[in-house]
Design a protein around this ligand. Structure first.
Ligand code: ZN
Ligand code: ZN
Length: 348
């Protein structure tokens, strides 16, 4: 009788993952098995992933219902490594990105009206499922944006959240070429907002704290720099005729409140800098000149592709600092310090 031989399956190569084990925990670099993509999903070999301030929602467990361990990351650039069953529109080795819009349900009222950006059950990479702080990531096809040839992975990554948010909010703001558009804050969002605004043909007034950022703001495309520590920025905007749009990027509700009087007739404060503090405004401020305040959140993967293609076409690029995945904790701390110039990007 032949002896039975135990045959072990070939060992699956593990991958490195930067995960958060529980709310408030530090990043841990752990090994996991490379995941398989299910139906309607692809596996992405991640090349770069931006570190966004919204990753705090994962790190601190602030998102209602988030489960741990969780891998953050919603500024993902890489290439498709494997396609799951039923995927026909995307191919292996295709370069793709994944941003905040990680998939819509397709059934809610907004989806049925084609407003996928405001899906009531929107999935978010790094919150609803593991994001890009890892070597391989699985994503649904609804979340994919093609990355154009001329954009590097490290440049594409921040454009998938910071980039699309500034690009998409500005192009839907109602401002027309030649209009005065102010960009409040010269940081991770603002340095992209200034570039997009200038390429859209607006007259750009950059508003920052202190005089140090004046030269950079001009280099990025601002024709006017307003130092809000030495000047009343709202008055300065009124002297220029009043802003058609103020893109509020710095997460300071006080600073935003102080700018409302800088809006011209029919002017709009476009709010993208996220904070929990209230913006202060009187009805009179809004009624006189029919001014408005609007919030804006990112966009769909199709909007991401528009952002990437426009950036490729016009030369808009993020300013970045890169860290290897293994130093995720340090990279995150650098982002949180507010001192990064300007977007932190992990490389795999
Ligand atoms: Zn983000
Ligand atoms: Zn929906």
């Amino acid at each position: 009788m032949a002896t039975m031989r135990v045959v072990t399956a070939p060992k699956v190569a593990p991958m490195k993952v930067a995960e958060i084990s529980k709310p408030g925990a530090a990043f841990q670099i752990v090994e996991r098995e490379i995941p398989e993509p299910g139906p309607g999903h692809v596996r992405i070999k991640v090349q770069a992933c931006g570190v966004c301030h919204s990753d705090v929602l994962t790190k601190e467990g602030l998102w209602p219902g988030i489960q741990f361990p969780r891998v953050p990351g919603h500024e993902v650039a890489g290439l498709i490594d494997e396609v799951g069953p039923g995927v026909s529109a995307w191919n292996k080795d295709q370069r793709v990105g994944v941003g905040w819009h990680g998939g819509q349900d397709g059934t809610c009222r907004e989806c049925r009206r084609g407003d996928f950006r405001n899906c009531r059950n929107l999935k978010i990479p790094g919150i609803s499922y593991d994001g890009g702080y890892q070597e391989y990531m699985v994503a649904p096809v609804e979340a994919l944006a093609a990355i154009p040839e001329a954009l590097s992975d490290t440049d594409a990554a921040p454009l998938l959240c910071a980039g699309i948010t500034t690009y998409n909010s500005l192009r839907h703001s109602g401002a027309l070429p030649g209009d005065l558009v102010a960009v409040q804050g010269i940081g991770g969002l603002g340095h992209l907002g200034i570039q997009f605004a200038q390429k859209f043909g607006y007259k750009v007034a950059a508003i920052g704290r202190g005089s140090e950022k004046a030269a950079l703001a001009k280099r990025l495309g601002a024709s006017v720099y307003i130092d809000s520590t030495s000047t009343n920025a709202a008055d300065a905007l009124q002297k220029l005729g009043g802003a058609q749009v103020i893109l509020a990027t710095a997460p300071s509700s006080k600073a935003m409140s102080e700018l409302i009087d800088g809006l011209g007739p029919n002017g709009k404060l476009m709010v993208i800098g996220a904070t929990f503090d209230p913006i202060e405004v009187t009805p009179i401020q809004l009624i006189s000149g029919s001014r408005s305040i609007q919030g804006w959140s990112t966009g769909t993967p199709a909007d991401s592709e528009d952002t990437l293609r426009f950036s490729e076409l016009t030369g808009v690029r993020p300013m970045i600092e890169t860290y290897p995945l293994e130093r995720a904790e340090e990279a995150y701390a650098r982002m949180m310090s507010g001192k990064a110039q300007f977007r932190v990007v992990l490389t795999m």
